[in-house]
Design a protein around this ligand. Structure first.
Ligand code: C2G
Length: 149
């Protein structure tokens, strides 16, 4: 059984994440997804997530390609994770290209897959914020209308 591992925040789960997970699973038989904890996101990645770790874990666990979800609590855990979970292949999007090549020293194949263009959790937040701002601008000002019968 070929075991694959990948890491990420997976906030506001979107088709870019699904594309990554589908291709990662296609590289083996068993896919472990290491989802960043709330503390790791806050303290190390300086990301403010919309969904909590438990909510993001539940969403990722529901994906047909995913076999196991565990928490990511430090940048350094990858070296031990690949041994603890008997990993054959480590996969990340190519925005991380080269950053984890050291895992080859642990006997792990390291694969960087092309990111899905245009979509990201931060892009979703930005677009929703902008759309809301436009909607508010166009909303009629009812404060001047006397609504008393
Ligand atoms: N991804 C992608 N295409 C996108 C967006 C994301 O392929 N449009 C990939 C990323 O390259 C990553 C995974 O989906 O491999 C998860 O992305 P994020 O949730 O943004 O995770 P990230 O912040 O990259 O955290 O220790 C590694 C980190 O935990 C990775």
């Amino acid at each position: 059984m070929k075991r694959v591992i990948t890491y990420g925040t997976f906030d506001l789960l979107h088709y870019g994440h699904i594309n990554l997970l589908r291709r990662a699973k296609a590289l083996g038989d068993y896919l472990i997804v290491v989802v960043s904890s709330d503390e790791f996101n806050r303290d190390e990645k300086h990301k403010k997530c919309y969904f909590t770790y438990e909510q993001r874990k539940a969403l990722v666990e529901a994906i047909r390609y995913v076999d196991l979800v565990i928490p990511e609590q430090s940048w350094d855990q990858k070296r031990s994770d690949v041994h603890e979970y008997h990993v054959d292949t480590f996969v990340m999007g190519d925005d991380w290209k080269g950053k984890f090549d050291f895992l080859k020293e642990e006997g792990v194949e390291v694969v960087y897959l092309p990111r899905t263009p245009e979509i990201s959790s931060s892009r979703i937040k930005r677009d929703l914020y902008d759309a809301n701002a436009v909607e508010n601008e166009n909303r009629p000002d009812l404060s001047q209308i006397d609504t008393n019968p």
